[in-house]
Design a protein around this ligand. Structure first.
Ligand code: BG6
Length: 479
């Protein structure tokens, strides 16, 4: 058997979800509508639609999701059996401030997270909390146009202050904006919506709008890091990035350069989060394209005062880019000089996500070398169709293979490369609504939730084979 060395003794083995993908109860106890609640279900290869408010007759998977809101106590018992040391979820902003712009919070919303965090802590599980995971209050879009409007900086800071004060003795690990750099990838409407609550107008320059919204979020994040440290100096406050490394397809120098440039579009966000300054390559880009980005001297200073303590990130796959004309590929929005191509050395999931465990080691090295900050793998996992056998079991050996291969690479990054990794919280520990496709049947969990893409099912929970496997991994600290 291959020898695997131990992980650090305080390594946070956990699981990750987000509020809107599991909680349901979308208008219960004073919760307001969030931007996630107006996204219809799509399908594998079929885009989700953003509707104006909730339209009768449409199916919105977040409204019930996995019903965690009503079942969290029984689910946490399963997490305890699994041996989780950490559980990453988000606070649904609109449970606390239903419209986002109120001065006084909704006490029932605060009470819910008190109960949730108490239940976790009483069962020996550390909460790891994202403040904004694609669930900005919908009213902030209708009234202010989302994060294109600087008022949202104040609303976010106020919300964060309220929850950080309330949970200062219950939550130590925080992250500000989930996968804030998704919107960099060509500005697909769904990503701009979920990151920023922004819809791009027909006559607008979408890149310029996205840069403005992103800058506003980075300022908001920096302000919250500062506020959080004043509330409790022991807080660990991180950013949350989607790291999808884009390799050069060939050793042709123009492919190497295209890879650098495409990756920079995504690194821009962590460069600001970690270093507190806007990188020169972005300033040059704004100038070249005549983008006018509103940022005051005071805001530039705020960026420097709120650098993150660690970098949380998701890792699922890698991509490749080429400038070669004889290779077929897919155009990259706002990046005409190159195209995305399939990597011939790796396979892909049923949703076309390229499976690349070594890419995780690569990312851990690249990011650690770039920033020398602790890293936290807060999402990694395999979305797949699961089948229940006649005996009511789920044999998900493909998921075990995926996770095992990634954990092995993470171990090499820690023990051979010297990367400082705080923990690992694989995505969707409990089956949940897929963000990208809105499906329930793109399953990530180690706990099966009996519900299909149309919303039918008992919502009963079943332990998959991966549950027993991960339980052993945690028990033996990765050996
Ligand atoms: C990340 C998000 O993009 O990846 C999650 O932070 C999301 O919200 C996860 O669910 C997996 O993506 P998908 O589209 O398969 O659900």
């Amino acid at each position: 058997m291959k020898e695997i060395k131990k992980f650090p003794s305080n390594f946070l083995w956990g699981g990750a979800v987000s509020a809107h993908q599991i909680e349901g109860a979308y208008l219960e106890n004073g919760r307001g509508l969030s931007i996630a609640d107006v996204i219809t279900a799509g399908a594998n290869g079929v885009d989700r639609q953003i509707t104006e408010g909730v339209v009768e007759g449409e199916y919105y998977p977040s409204h019930e999701a996995s019903d965690f809101y009503h079942r969290f106590k029984e689910d946490i018992q399963l997490f305890k059996t699994l041996g989780l040391k950490a559980f990453r979820t988000s606070i649904a902003w609109s449970r606390i401030f239903p419209n986002g712009d109120e001065l006084e919070p909704n006490e029932a919303g605060l009470q819910f997270y008190d109960e949730l965090f108490d239940e976790l802590l009483n069962n020996g599980i550390e909460p790891v909390i994202t403040l904004s995971h694609f669930e900005i209050p919908y009213h902030l879009y209708t009234e202010y146009g989302g994060f294109r409007n600087k008022k949202c900086i104040d609303f976010f800071a106020h919300y964060a202050k309220v929850v950080m004060e309330r949970y200062k003795d219950k939550v130590k690990y925080w992250m500000t904006f989930n996968e804030i750099n998704n919107q960099a990838d060509g500005q697909w409407p769904l990503h701009v919506w979920t990151n920023s609550a922004v819809i791009i107008g027909a006559n607008e320059n979408k890149e310029e709008v996205v840069y403005q919204a992103a800058i506003n979020e980075l300022i908001a994040s920096a302000r919250v890091v500062k506020i959080g440290h004043e509330i409790n100096p022991d807080f660990q406050i991180g950013c949350m990035m989607a790291y999808v490394p884009v390799y050069p397809y060939s050793c042709n120098p123009t492919d190497i350069m295209a890879s650098v440039k495409v990756n920079d579009r995504r690194f821009f966000y962590s460069d600001v989060h970690v270093r507190g300054v806007i990188p020169t390559y972005v300033k040059k880009y704004w100038k070249k394209h005549d983008f006018v980005i509103d940022i005051s001297d005071e805001e530039l200073e705020a960026l420097q005062m709120g650098c993150v303590d660690y970098i949380g990130f998701s890792y699922y796959m890698s991509n490749a880019v080429t400038t070669l004309e004889n290779v077929r590929g897919q155009a990259i929005p706002d990046f005409p000089e190159a195209k995305m191509v399939k990597n011939p050395y790796i396979s892909a999931s049923d949703w076309g996500w390229q499976i690349d465990p070594v890419g995780l080691r690569y990312v851990l090295n690249a990011v650690y070398e770039r920033y020398q900050k602790p890293l936290f793998v807060v999402e990694n996992g395999f979305g797949a169709y699961d089948k229940i056998t006649d005996e009511g079991l789920v044999h998900d050996d493909y998921r075990i293979d995926y996770l095992k291969n990634h954990i092995e690479q993470m171990e090499l990054a820690i023990n051979e490369d010297g990367v400082d990794v705080m923990g690992y919280t694989p995505w969707g520990i409990l089956d949940l609504v897929s963000f990208g496709s809105g499906e329930m049947e793109k399953r990530y969990g180690m706990i099966y939730v009996d519900k299909d893409n149309q919303g039918n099912g008992s919502l009963n929970r079943i332990k998959k084979d991966s549950f027993n496997w991960y339980q052993a991994v945690i028990e033996r600290n990765g050996i």
